[in-house]
Design a protein around this ligand. Structure first.
Ligand code: ADP
Ligand code: MG
Length: 217
C-alpha cells in the first residue's frame, strides 16, 4: 500500500505524521520504506538519527531520499516493500504530482488557519487531475496542531470549510499541538517510543494509524 503525506505548504506536519506512521507500521511488524521527496530531507534526517543509535525496542526504519525518479516506484525494487510511506512536501512539486498517480491514499495535514485553507483549492485541483489516471486515489485532510484551548473555534470552522472541496474528504482526525511531537522528532522516535510518554499523543497517532490502514493489523 502506498500512502502519501503531502501538501504544498510547509510546516503543516507532513514529516511529523509520516515518520510517526512509518515507525508505528514497522513496530507492528510490517516491511516499510519511508520515501522522502522533500528537498529539506527532514524524514531522511529523522531516520538517520534513529538508525544511528540502535536501541532495543527501536526497530530500524528504512528511508530513502528520492527526486524526480519517483515514478519508477511502481516497478521493482520498490515493489518488494509491503508498505511505502511518502513524505511529499514542496510547492507544486513534480514528486507530489507523480506519486499521486500511483498512490492508494493521500493525507493532507493542515493547521486550522486561513493560510493553510487557501492551499486546499490547489490540492483539490491536483487530486482531480491525478484521479484521471489513478481513480482509486483516496484524498483526505487531517487537522494538525489544533489548539487545546476550548475557546478557540478555528478547528470547528475549518471542518465546515472542508465540505466545500469536492475532491477532498475530512479524515475525522484532529491532532493537537503537543510538545511530545517535537521531542519525538528530535530523537528520531515516534511518540509511542518517547519517555515519558504522552498518552494523548500516542492515542492520536494510534487513530491516525487506524485511519490510514483501515483496521489492518
Ligand atoms: N501536532 C504537533 N504538535 C506540536 N508540534 C508539531 C505538531 N506537528 C508538527 N509540529 C512541529 O511543527 C514543525 C513543522 O512540522 P513538520 O512535520 O516538519 O511539517 P512539514 O513536514 O509539513 O513541513 C516541526 O517543528 C514539528 O515538530
Ligand atoms: Mg517536512
Amino acid at each position: 500500500m502506498i500512502v502519501i503525506l503531502g501538501g504544498e505548504k510547509g510546516g503543516t506536519g507532513k514529516t511529523t505524521l509520516a515518520t510517526n506512521l512509518a515507525a508505528l507500521r514497522v513496530i507492528r511488524g510490517h516491511d516499510v520504506l519511508l520515501i522522502d521527496t522533500d528537498k529539506q530531507e527532514s524524514a531522511n534526517f529523522w531516520s538517520l538519527t534513529r538508525n544511528d543509535s540502535p536501541r532495543e525496542n527501536k526497530p530500524i526504519v528504512t528511508a530513502l531520499k528520492l527526486g524526480g525518479s519517483v515514478l519508477r516506484l511502481g516497478q521493482s525494487p520498490y515493489q518488494v516493500y509491503e508498505d511505502i510511506i511518502i513524505d511529499a512536501g514542496g510547492r507544486n512539486s513534480v514528486e507530489l504530482r507523480a506519486t499521486m498517480t500511483i498512490a492508494d491514499s493521500l493525507f493532507i495535514p493542515i493547521q486550522p488557519s486561513q493560510f493553510d485553507i487557501w492551499t486546499l483549492q490547489r490540492m483539490n485541483d491536483l487530486v482531480h487531475e491525478a484521479r484521471r489516471v489513478n481513480p482509486k486515489l483516496k484524498a483526505s485532510v487531517i487537522i494538525n496542531r489544533a489548539s487545546s484551548n476550548p475557546i478557540v473555534t478555528e478547528t470547528e470552522e475549518t471542518i465546515q470549510i472542508l465540505k466545500e472541496y469536492q475532491q477532498l474528504a475530512f479524515s475525522g482526525l484532529v491532532i493537537r499541538d503537543r510538545i511530545a511531537y517535537k521531542r519525538a522528532a528530535a530523537q528520531g522516535l515516534s511518540v509511542e517510543e518517547v519517555q515519558p510518554p504522552d498518552s494523548r499523543a500516542v492515542d492520536e497517532m494510534d487513530r491516525l494509524y487506524q485511519e490510514v490502514y483501515n483496521g489492518r493489523a
